[in-house]
Design a protein around this ligand. Structure first.
Ligand code: AMP
Ligand code: ZN
Length: 114
C-alpha cells in the first residue's frame, strides 16, 4: 500500500508512536501547525468518513474517547482542537483518514471567507 500512514504503521517510515493500541496510533505531525500538533490515525486504511464501516465508526469513537486519557501525556490540559480534513476543499493531502489534534497555545478560529 503506497500510503505514508500505512508505512508508518508498519515501521517502513520511522516515526515515534506516542500512543498505540489495536485500533489506532498517535504521532507528531511532521509539519506542525500549532505548538502541539499530533495525528491520531486509525489502523485500518480508509480515506473518507463516508467509507467507514460500523466497526470503523465504533473504533473511531473509542479512539476519540482515549484522547482525554492522554491529556497529560500530550499536554492537552489547557484545551485542544480536533480536525478531520475531508477532500479537496479541506486540503486533505494523505488519503488515509486521520484526526489532527492541535493544542499548546490559544487556537484562533479565523473567518475563512475573508
Ligand atoms: P491532511 O492535510 O489533513 O491530509 O494532513 C496530512 C498531515 O500529515 C499533514 O499535516 C502533514 O504534515 C502530515 N504528514 C505527512 N507526512 C508525515 C509524516 N511522515 N510524519 C508525520 N506527519 C506527516
Ligand atoms: Zn493508509
Amino acid at each position: 500500500m503506497d500510503c505514508v500512514f500505512c508505512k508508518i504503521m508498519n515501521g517502513e517510515i520511522p516515526s515515534e508512536k506516542l500512543y498505540e493500541n489495536d485500533e489506532m496510533f498517535i504521532i507528531r505531525d511532521i509539519d506542525p501547525k500549532a505548538a502541539k500538533h499530533y495525528l491520531m490515525i486509525p489502523k485500518r486504511h480508509y480515506k473518507y468518513l463516508s467509507e467507514m464501516t460500523i466497526d470503523d465508526s465504533a473504533a473511531l469513537a473509542r479512539s476519540l474517547g482515549k484522547i482525554p486519557e492522554l491529556s497529560e501525556k500530550l499536554g492537552l490540559q489547557n484545551g485542544y482542537r480536533l480536525v478531520i480534513n475531508q477532500g479537496d476543499d479541506a486540503g486533505q493531502t494523505v488519503p488515509h483518514l486521520h484526526v489532527h489534534i492541535l493544542a499548546g497555545q490559544p487556537l484562533d478560529f479565523p473567518d475563512l471567507r475573508k
